[in-house]
Design a protein around this ligand. Structure first.
Ligand SMILES: Nc1nc2c(ncn2[C@@H]2O[C@H](COP(=O)(O)OP(=O)(O)O)[C@@H](O)[C@H]2O)c(=O)[nH]1
Ligand SMILES: [Mg+2]
Length: 355
């Protein structure tokens, strides 16, 4: 659902890596981070405890392609797999355009895979998503280990849809890019399905449809060309360590305005600012704002983000500034830009909670 991001004139799709704890989701994202050219990716942000486990999510923005002057961007997220982070998983899954389910191939993990998949199906169902038509891809991970289950057995066990699947080793990086390519393709296809008609209509159309027609054109072109992620990949990438944002327990934080895990994004933006990663803070804030406007109740699907921002009561000039910042390259963002984005995000969330 997070398809068009007119704040930055781009198509923005959200892909979520789902699966049980320790199946290899964070490792997968780190490999993708390492394999993509720096100019094609934003900062990878991990919201973790001191102990290194993901407590909220990992976030990696990728700039995939530019078609007809319109950017195509993917926001990759992981969820925390541990059973008790149910609320965070729901939150991260909200607005997802596609899912990669990372299953652990070890025999002892069979039950954990099943439970996590059931949890995914339940959460998608709750969001009113028809799983049978939803872009989903499986990674059979940890294939490098000696004692693993047969792929065929895992297919029978988990892949009830006969969805595309890939044997992977996240630690070695094997198979993770093909899996991402496949889900990108499915996401773009589903995008095209959603805007099939606007592109062929020639008559003058309401302003809000202009951008949808463009999206349809882009989707058609990307789909036709088949190759998708290829432009962003780097064969000789240096392995850079992602940013780990630790969430201090007693620090002053706007995140405290919300209940526990609902505060994740705001805590993430603050954490990036605290570390001096202003570009990452800005990207996270923009992605959270887009999602907030997309999911604003009572406005229907066709109100533009601008209209929604106005309805919400955001100041017009401030929102325009936010939109301008959304188009900034990550390295150009200053601390003031990041703080301003945080301010407007907090303000928007407070206003949205009144709706
Ligand atoms: N041998 C092997 N170990 C892996 C693989 N993927 C992840 N791991 C290890 O499994 C543990 C959990 O991985 P992590 O990515 O943090 O799992 P997450 O909880 O799903 O994010 C780490 O020790 C990883 O090094 C893999 O493909 N092969
Ligand atoms: Mg993790």
């Amino acid at each position: 659902m997070t398809v068009i991001n007119p704040l930055a004139r781009e198509i923005s799709a959200k892909v979520v890596y789902y699966g049980p704890g320790l199946s290899g989701k964070t490792t997968t994202l780190k490999q993708i981070y390492a394999a993509v050219k720096p100019q094609r990716r934003g900062e990878m942000v991990t919201l973790a405890t001191e102990g290194d486990r993901t407590i909220f999510f990992d976030f990696l923005p990728l700039h995939v392609k530019e078609v007809q002057g319109m950017g195509v961007r993917f926001q990759l997220y992981t969820v925390p797999g541990q059973v008790f982070y149910e609320a965070t998983r729901k939150l991260v899954l909200q607005g997802a355009d596609g899912v990669i389910f990372v299953a652990d191939s070890q025999p002892g993990a069979a039950q954990g895979n099943r439970e996590s998949l059931a949890d995914l199906r339940r959460n998608l169902d709750e969001q009113g998503i028809d799983v049978a038509r939803f872009p989903i891809v499986f990674q059979w991970n940890k294939r490098d280990l000696g004692n693993v289950r047969e792929v065929r057995e895992m297919e029978e066990d988990l892949n009830w849809l006969d969805a595309p699947s890939f044997p992977t080793s996240a630690t070695r990086g094997d198979g993770v890019l093909p899996a991402l390519k496949e889900v990108s393709k499915l996401v773009i296809h589903s995008l095209w399905d959603r805007f099939p008609k606007v592109s062929t209509r020639r008559h003058s159309k309401p302003l809000s449809e202009g951008i949808e027609a463009e999206v349809a054109k882009v989707a058609r072109e990307v789909t036709a060309s088949g190759e998708f992620m290829v432009t962003g990949l780097d064969d000789e990438a240096e392995v850079a360590e992602p940013i780990v944002v630790n969430v201090p327990e007693n620090a002053l934080s706007f995140a405290s305005l919300w209940e526990g895990e609902d505060a994740a994004t705001v805590a993430g933006v603050e954490g990036c600012i605290r570390r001096g990663d202003h570009g990452a803070a800005l990207q996270l804030a923009v992605s959270a704002m887009v999602e907030l406007l997309e999911t604003l109740p009572g406005t229907g699907n066709h109100a533009s983000p601008m209209a929604k921002a106005a309805l919400l009561g955001l100041d017009g000039r401030e929102f325009l500034r936010f939109c301008r910042l959304a188009g900034l390259h990550a390295t150009a963002a200053t601390e003031r830009d990041a703080l301003f984005a945080l301010y407007l995000l907090v303000s928007a969330r407070l206003k949205a909670s009144l709706v």
